[in-house]
Design a protein around this ligand. Structure first.
Ligand SMILES: [Mg+2]
Length: 274
């Protein structure tokens, strides 16, 4: 029997419904980066560190668009596609041309016309998917500004780091390679752990629910960071005493507003403190 949530998702994935949701989110939602206030960032990040205590040591970090930036990965895929198709504009795609998850935006910034984009989109989808969700390509991800120092500060505060991601297990080696390149603390099975989704096809939201249930059984959650409004809201519901922080980078564009009690930040850069 079909799971109720997958039936609902099927309805939501109808092209006309998706278009309506997108239009609704464009009317009601703030643009990416508009919710976070740079002047508040250091205070928010320090509050999250201050929440770490011996009986509540866990700091949870999402990966994509939270502590890692995938523009290099996205641009590499676009360049390889451009070379395959003999399109010099796409073959020269630089990471700066990647401003969102929307491949149309990237192609537009590379100089393709709207009609050219419409021709390419159906063709590039599978090419993109086969590479984007792979170890070979995700190893190129770069650290978000300040993330390296902030993760180190969590450990210095006596905290434990839990990387919780919607990436599936086959992306593990590439994920660890990007951690090494970024100088992030590596999983040691004790104070630093990496929770990967068992399989690519598993639903991201359901996976995060499973992680929340596992978190409830661990020692307490001090703070959590994620770029998806749905996920930070779920953290706040499950762990009302934790400092839950939204990364105002980008997200899936589902029309969900961040809970008013969840502050937003741009990245992990802190002003030198007193
Ligand atoms: Mg993310």
């Amino acid at each position: 029997m079909e799971k109720p949530d997958s039936a609902a998702k099927k309805r939501l994935s109808h092209p006309r419904i998706r278009l309506l949701l997108l239009l609704w989110s464009m009317v009601t939602a703030l643009p990416f980066g508009a919710r976070a206030q740079r002047a508040e960032q250091t205070r928010i990040l320090r509050a999250a560190l201050a929440a770490i205590r011996p009986d509540r040591p866990v700091a949870a970090f999402d990966l994509d668009s939270t502590i890692l930036v995938n523009k290099v990965r996205q641009a590499r895929i676009m360049r390889e596609y451009g070379r395959l198709r003999g399109d010099a504009r796409l073959a020269g795609c630089a990471p700066v041309a990647v401003q969102s998850w929307e491949l149309r935006d990237t192609m537009r910034r590379c100089g393709l016309s709207e009609s050219e984009i419409e021709t390419v989109v159906p063709d590039i989808r599978d090419f993109w998917r086969d590479r984007f969700f792979s170890s070979e390509y995700c190893k190129d991800d770069t650290p978000a500004a300040g993330a390296h120092d902030y993760l180190r500060a969590v450990l210095a505060a006596g905290g434990e780091i839990l990387y919780i991601t919607g990436r599936h297990e086959q992306m593990g080696p590439g994920t660890l390679e990007s951690f090494r390149r970024a100088g992030f603390p590596l999983p040691d099975g004790e104070r630093v752990q990496l929770w990967l989704k068992p399989a690519l096809a598993d639903d991201d939201d359901r996976w995060k629910e499973i992680c929340h249930a596992r978190l409830q059984q661990l020692r307490g959650l001090a703070c959590a960071f994620d770029n998806e409004p749905t996920h930070v809201n779920a953290y706040k519901r499950s762990f009302p005493d934790a400092v839950v922080v939204h990364l105002d980078t980008d997200h899936s564009r589902r029309p969900v507003e961040v809970h008013p009690d969840v502050p937003s930040i741009h990245d992990f850069v802190m002003e030198p403190g007193e």
